[in-house]
Design a protein around this ligand. Structure first.
Ligand SMILES: [Zn+2]
Length: 223
């Protein structure tokens, strides 16, 4: 039983392509598999969920976790506003994926208030100690989007909302006494910190104790 991929990589450009954005059927979709690099055909005229299939029937089994991670990145790359803890919805520009910084590779780097802002999307692998240490060396502003509890087969539009608008699945990397929330906050008055503390406490009251609720029934994509 093979899992049918719903994410392809455009040949030549490397752009992440969700099946929902594909308009050309078959090989005309011009995509390869993110896992094995094999050619993909888009299956759009189906009563079931649209999907890709490998044109050479190999043994590739793309991981739904990897696809969720890719989709989240693609959503950030294709938009210009996102919810940031303590700050609310913020505009950003110049989103780039997998660009090296300080010997590590953030999932996505965006620019907020003219300064770099890093985003890590977590599906299965938490941020390891080494990565955390490297971010901490220059007190990088890093927001974590935790999708671990989310369905691997979320509808695309639901995932867009979760990635961009949801507040309950996001937190900033906390470096203890050196903690900085966003560009400019290091020079702010004590009042700013007090307000941030109150906001954080309210967030914790609202979301901190709840187990995330499964929003949608998991639909399996086996054939
Ligand atoms: Zn493959």
């Amino acid at each position: 039983m093979n899992v049918q991929p719903v994410v392809g990589i455009e040949r030549g450009t490397g752009i992440i392509v969700p099946i929902y954005k594909v308009t050309q059927t078959g090989l005309k979709c011009n995509c390869v598999c993110h896992s094995c690099n094999g050619r993909l055909e888009a299956v759009l005229n189906t009563v079931r969920r649209k999907h890709f299939r490998h044109s050479n029937k190999g043994n590739c089994n793309p991981m739904p976790e990897t696809e969720l991670h890719l989709l989240a990145k693609q959503i950030i790359l294709g938009n210009d506003h996102i919810y940031v803890p303590y700050r609310g919805m913020l505009n950003y520009c110049d989103p780039v994926a997998e660009v090296g910084y300080n010997e590590l590779i953030p999932d996505v780097t965006i620019t907020i208030d003219g300064q770099p802002f890093y985003i890590e999307v977590i599906v299965t692998n938490p941020i390891d100690v080494l990565k955390f240490a490297k971010y901490r060396t220059d007190l990088a502003r890093v927001m974590v989007i935790d999708l671990e509890e989310e369905d691997r087969d979320l509808e695309y539009e639901v995932l867009v909302d979760i990635v961009l608008k949801s507040s309950s699945n996001k937190y900033m990397l906390d470096y203890g006494e050196h903690h900085r929330i966003l560009p400019g906050s290091e020079g702010s008055s004590g009042l700013g910190w007090i307000l941030a503390g109150i906001a954080g406490f309210l967030l914790w009251l609202t979301f901190g104790k709840k187990k995330p609720v499964k929003r949608y029934q998991r639909k399996r994509r086996y054939r």
